[in-house]
Design a protein around this ligand. Structure first.
Ligand SMILES: CC(C)(COP(=O)(O)OP(=O)(O)OC[C@H]1O[C@@H](n2cnc3c(N)ncnc32)[C@H](O)[C@@H]1OP(=O)(O)O)[C@@H](O)C(=O)NCCC(=O)NCCS
Length: 205
């Protein structure tokens, strides 16, 4: 059952668990995350049964995330008439490797996985990717919240970077609304080009 569109429209300040705040330390380097590496974050939006929870995904979540990724990216595959794009063809093994390379977040609503996003950081640059929301839960602000949540995991980076297909206008709008600016466009073929966007951050501490 799909909830009302306004389900996640609340602009309430997220509830962040007290233990997370207590463990927060001043970042030692630009790529240090905002909490002990092994801990999971939990950011709850709203209250009651319709609560959206965003938290650290674990390797055991990989099969469900991969299934959701393949479902969510069907619209992009159709837009480019190409079902061989990496988000569709990625293997479980390749996804599992990403758990050690960076952070993967998952969004849970109504007891099910409804979204995910991942990022990795090097040299002060945070690369964000694979932002996905279940088609039945899109256009309720979950994608934007996932994006904010993954950025919040890297309080000391100086730059966030991501990319999307140049024809993916809705994605471009979402990223620009979140403060990203188009950095460059690269042509992959006569029919496909990729737009890179970046956002300068103000590192904490
Ligand atoms: C990209 C994606 C993650 C966005 O997820 P989402 O949850 O729909 O994102 P949001 O809800 O934050 O924003 C999407 C739109 O919904 C609108 N919206 C947000 N909350 C809303 C609400 N409560 N009621 C109505 N509309 C709302 C936003 O304004 C935005 O509108 P726009 O397209 O006209 O600019 C999702 O579309 C997806 O999984 N796409 C396929 C995979 C993909 O392309 N990923 C990005 C790869 S770069």
């Amino acid at each position: 059952m799909i909830g009302k569109p306004s389900m996640f429209a609340s602009r309430r300040v997220p509830v962040i668990s007290h233990s997370w705040i207590c463990h927060r330390r001043k970042p030692r380097n630009p790529c240090q995350i905002s909490k002990p590496f092994f801990a999971s974050i939990q950011v709850n939006y709203g209250t009651g049964l319709n609560m959206l929870t965003i938290e650290r995904a674990l390797p055991q979540d990989a099969p469900a995330i991969l299934a959701l990724q393949r479902l969510a990216f069907q619209s992009e595959a159709a837009l480019y008439n190409d079902w061989s794009i990496p988000p569709i063809t990625q293997t479980l093994e390749a996804l599992l490797e990403e758990f050690s390379a960076g952070i993967i977040l998952k969004a849970i609503a109504e007891g099910q996985l409804v979204g995910s996003v991942r990022a990795r950081c090097h040299d002060g640059l945070c690369e964000v990717g694979r932002l996905i929301v279940h088609p039945a839960f899109q256009r309720r602000g979950i994608g934007s919240r996932l994006l904010r949540a993954i950025e919040g995991q890297f309080p000391a980076v100086t730059r966030f970077e991501l990319f999307t297909g140049s024809k993916s206008e809705s994605n471009l709008r979402l990223y620009q609304r979140a403060g990203y600016r188009i950095a460059q466009t690269k042509s992959l073929s006569p029919a496909v080009s990729i737009t890179y966007l970046e956002k300068r951050a103000n590192p904490a501490g």
